[in-house]
Design a protein around this ligand. Structure first.
Ligand code: SF4
Ligand code: SF4
Ligand code: SF4
Length: 423
């Protein structure tokens, strides 16, 4: 096994292949706090890529209700269980969080075996711990929708006396929107005996070569997020392709300009932002403070990777939901959760500006600039003084040209009197 650097777990890690870092990496941030569970993203992907025979159960992007929902059912519980068995003494973070954006271990270092490292993983054919979901588990993509954890035995309902209040609700659920993470160390790629899966050097998008795949389903078994899927009609596996024609600017109508993916562009809640980040040779992110993804992940640290302990270095990042039981969130997003929620609850001027960039345009934002505006609001919130400035934010595309300009304060539009009562 080769050694690669995994900055999300703050150390080098065993992986079947040598480090091969793409020039840029496809990445995205999803703000869970504002997801409506409307499934528009789900349908945007379905109606674009997986509407044919044999793809009936394929949902490359899906939105599941946590804690009980899952597609396939129980995917995360099962993956965590395998990891637990591979680490009988537990899997722990050393607690040395580092605020420096250039840090090689921003969340500290993970002690214990990832899915590539245990003795059991070494004995598996693809060197990856995994399991193959049953057909039944794939069958109900939105099972347990809107279902919160129940009351504890003998306890009154969580809502009884206090109602719901922040920072944490006693009864909670949230929508987890998921797609392939186009991981830096993909488990699907590691496990494929045909070497049919590859990571593109230009943007880090992970694809399955449909000619080379023989449908052994080793990728389905290995991907801890279960985002590689088998198609019985063609007898090969398929997965999210990151809408690469759009990212390349080759989608009809894009006029050569890189566009965000279908599931990002369609998001009604305006909670998804996708882009490309530049990488160093060891896979860490190049310093690029004007890139909104770099700002949210590395500087503000408000967006965190999903289950970093698996070890694949996923490139999907989430702003964790602030009302949810913290131990659950720490297990899901690692030790950065408390600081990320604190930051989101008390956003500073820069973060408020960056959050305005979500879904103002379909074009990929490569840089942003903030122009300072007047103070428009001040109030004590959560025992802290919150001040809002009406700053102006401009987003720039790959060619350095402005894509749009927006402001922190939403404009008030007064309907003209003659249309006052009509829609
Ligand atoms: S999420 Fe799964 S399918 Fe996607 S790149 Fe990572 S390991 Fe592969
Ligand atoms: S990026 Fe494209 S292919 Fe992947 S889940 Fe989203 S819409 Fe589907
Ligand atoms: S479209 Fe956006 S708001 Fe609606 S479910 Fe998907 S991620 Fe959530």
């Amino acid at each position: 096994m080769a050694k690669v650097h995994n900055w999300q777990i703050g150390r080098s890690m065993a992986y079947p292949y040598e480090q091969a870092t793409p020039e840029r990496q496809f990445a995205f941030v999803i703000n869970i706090n504002r997801c409506l569970g409307c499934q528009t993203c789900t349908m945007a992907c379905k109606s674009t890529w997986t509407f044919s025979k044999g793809q009936e159960y394929m949902w490359w992007t899906n939105v599941e209700t946590k804690p009980f929902g899952g597609y396939p059912q129980g995917w995360d519980v099962k993956a965590l269980d395998l990891l637990q068995k591979a680490n009988p003494d537990g899997l722990t973070w050393d607690g040395r969080m580092d605020a420096d954006p250039k840090s090689k271990a921003p969340y500290g270092s993970l002690e214990g075996n990832t899915i590539f490292e245990s003795e059991k993983a070494k004995s598996e054919s693809g060197h990856v711990l995994g399991y193959l979901p049953s057909e039944d588990e794939w069958r109900y993509p939105n099972i347990y929708e809107d279902t919160p954890p129940g009351r504890e035995r003998g306890q009154p309902m969580a809502f009884d006396k206090e109602g719901v209040r922040l920072p944490e609700h006693k009864s909670w659920f949230f929508y987890l929107a998921r797609l392939c993470n186009h991981c830096s160390y993909p488990a699907c790629l590691a496990a494929c005996p045909r070497k049919a899966i590859y990571k593109r050097p230009e943007d880090g998008i992970v694809l399955i070569d449909q000619e080379e795949c023989r449908g052994y389903r080793k990728c389905v078994e290995a991907c801890p997020y279960k985002k590689s899927m088998y198609r019985p009609t063609t007898r090969v596996s398929e997965k999210c392709i990151a809408c690469y024609p759009r990212v390349e600017g080759k989608d009809p109508g894009s006029e050569g300009i890189p566009l965000e993916t279908r599931c990002m562009s369609a998001c009604i809640g305006q909670i998804r932002l996708q882009g490309l980040v530049e990488l160093n040779a060891d896979g860490s992110w190049k310093e690029d403070p004007e890139n909104p993804l770099y700002y949210m992940v590395k500087v503000a640290k408000v967006a965190l990777p999903l289950y970093p302990q698996f070890g694949t270095s996923p490139n999907g990042y989430y702003i964790p939901p602030r009302w949810v039981a913290r131990p659950y969130l720490r297990q899901m997003f690692g030790p950065g959760v408390d600081a990320a929620i604190e930051k989101y609850r008390n956003p500073d001027r820069e973060l408020l500006s960056v959050l305005q960039l979500f879904r103002r345009s379909n074009r990929i934002i490569f840089k942003y600039k903030v122009e300072k505006g007047p103070k428009v609001y001040e109030r004590k919130i959560n025992d802290k003084v919150f001040t809002m400035f009406d700053d102006t934010i401009t987003a720039f595309g790959k060619d350095g040209k402005p894509i749009f300009t927006t402001k922190v304060e939403e404009p008030v539009v007064v309907r003209p009197e003659k249309h006052a009562n009509s829609i």
